[in-house]
Design a protein around this ligand. Structure first.
Ligand code: ZN
Length: 445
């Protein structure tokens, strides 16, 4: 049965028949053949073996992971007037060129995202995005003579390359992934190193879903899910006409595909500065702003407050290692005191990635009440890809929610934490005021 199904697919495959014919074969194969390998069928339908590179052009919407209006609404959504991905499967390299445009009320977005919020982001963003990845290197071209190395973007760009239909099928074949037939198609699961991939094929033999997970400091093993719909023939290439990518459950790309070309010439050359890039050492600089109160700089801004018998930090940096450097600096400035509280102004990932490092030290997280559920959920995700101190030591987080105002006091100094109202940047922000010393701390407004 297996052989006859494969033979049928071969006889009427894309080389011998029209591509539309190949689709019919795929549907027959999956419904009639108990043992047919759907990965092979999809590979034939899409001519995967003979596709060394692909260029995908479209438009739609882009979402910024970790920048959300509230912890229950999607990542900020910005329209994309043109999107072009070139994937070089032979070299394992990719290039994305994107133009983003000003959001309007007419955009098809979740109405919970107000326009003022989206426009604030658009004003902040560069409209053009020129992003590269080659093997384990990633970089952005900011201007013709300005390159920014992005080691923090390697995992997601590699996952994106492998989550294109041709990329996924090539990867599955390379790893001899097993196909599991289901009532309406089939699926496959396999590992690439420590990274898991899952793909689902429909009854027509088309790949309709890819899932994989990458590490994100706030979300742990973060699910990246790419959905493919409405396959069409573009310039002889069978390809989905709609692609939706969700990261951590919210859209990061929603594309209508207007053109696809296979075997386009690609040459992604790694710039010398990317090749030779060395991560700069973390250097935390302190400035005393009032007795027992320091402004800590170095990448991001953090406030350290020395209380009678403990320390309070306001704000986290992006990740565990740089926050650990902040904590070490705090212990150097005010020795012998435990970290009891960390105040988080808002849950954007550039302010929240390091919170778990404080919590691992025993700190209680002081945050707007609306964010508690978000952190409880995010922090209960598995952390197999990059365990941190909190997951390794099974630390249970403690929260102090701010409904309106919370005051932390040691009997001498008090710290007032206020819930803010009507901020465009994020709906669930807090700000901090120290009556002694008259220090006010507000972020991103
Ligand atoms: Zn922010």
């Amino acid at each position: 049965m297996w052989e006859s199904c494969r033979a049928l697919a071969t006889v009427l495959g894309p080389k011998q028949a029209s591509l539309r014919g190949a689709v019919i074969v795929a549907a027959l194969a999956l419904s009639a053949c108990g043992k047919v390998n759907g990965i092979d069928v999809a590979a034939k339908n899409m001519n995967v073996a003979d596709t060394n590179s692909i260029e995908i052009v479209g438009n739609g919407m882009w979402g910024w992971v970790g920048q959300q209006y509230s912890s229950t609404t999607p990542w900020v959504q910005i329209p994309v007037s043109s999107y072009a991905l070139t994937a070089d499967y032979t070299a394992g390299a990719s290039h994305v060129l994107m133009t983003r445009t000003e959001p309007t009320e007419a955009d098809d977005v979740d109405k919970a995202q107000n326009l003022a919020f989206r426009n604030e982001y658009f004003d902040f963003l560069r409209p053009y995005l020129d992003e590269y990845q080659s093997g384990n290197l990633a970089w952005n071209v900011m201007a013709p003579d300005r390159i920014r190395t992005r080691p923090d973007r390697v995992d997601e760009r590699l996952a994106a390359l492998r989550s294109t239909p041709h990329g996924f099928i090539k990867l599955a074949l390379e790893h001899q992934a097993r196909f599991r037939k289901t009532s309406n198609g089939g699926d496959t699961t396999f590992m690439v190193g420590d990274q898991k991939y899952y793909g689902r094929f429909n009854a027509q033999g088309d790949l309709e879903l890819v899932q994989t997970w990458i590490d994100y400091p706030v979300l742990g093993d973060m699910l990246i899910e790419t959905q493919f719909e409405d396959y069409k023939i573009y310039d002889g290439v069978r390809f989905p006409s709609r692609i939706t990518e969700l990261s951590g459950g919210w859209p990061t790309l929603r594309l209508n595909i207007t053109s696809v070309r296979a075997n386009v010439p690609v040459s992604v050359t790694v710039p010398e500065e990317v090749q030779n890039y060395q991560e700069p050492p973390i250097n935390i600089v302190s400035e005393l702003v009032a007795p027992g109160v320091w402004h800590l700089r170095g990448g991001h801004n953090v406030l350290l407050i020395e209380m009678a018998d403990h320390l309070v930090f306001v704000e986290a940096k992006e990740a565990e290692d740089d926050t650990q450097a902040v904590i070490a600096k705090g212990k150097e400035l005010a020795p012998g005191k435990p970290v009891r509280y960390v105040v988080s102004t808002h849950p954007h990932f550039d302010h929240a990635g390091g919170l778990r490092a404080y919590v691992a030290e025993g700190a209680t997280l002081v945050t707007h009440a609306a964010n508690v559920e978000f952190y409880q959920k995010a922090w209960s995700n598995p952390r197999t890809l990059k365990p941190d101190a909190m997951s390794r030591n099974n630390v249970e987080p403690k929260f102090l929610p701010v409904e309106d105002k919370v005051t932390l006091s040691d009997g001498h100094r008090s710290i007032d934490v206020f819930a803010m109202r009507n901020a465009h940047h994020n709906d669930d922000m807090v700000m901090v005021y120290l009556p002694t010393g008259k220090v006010n701390w507000a972020t991103d407004i």
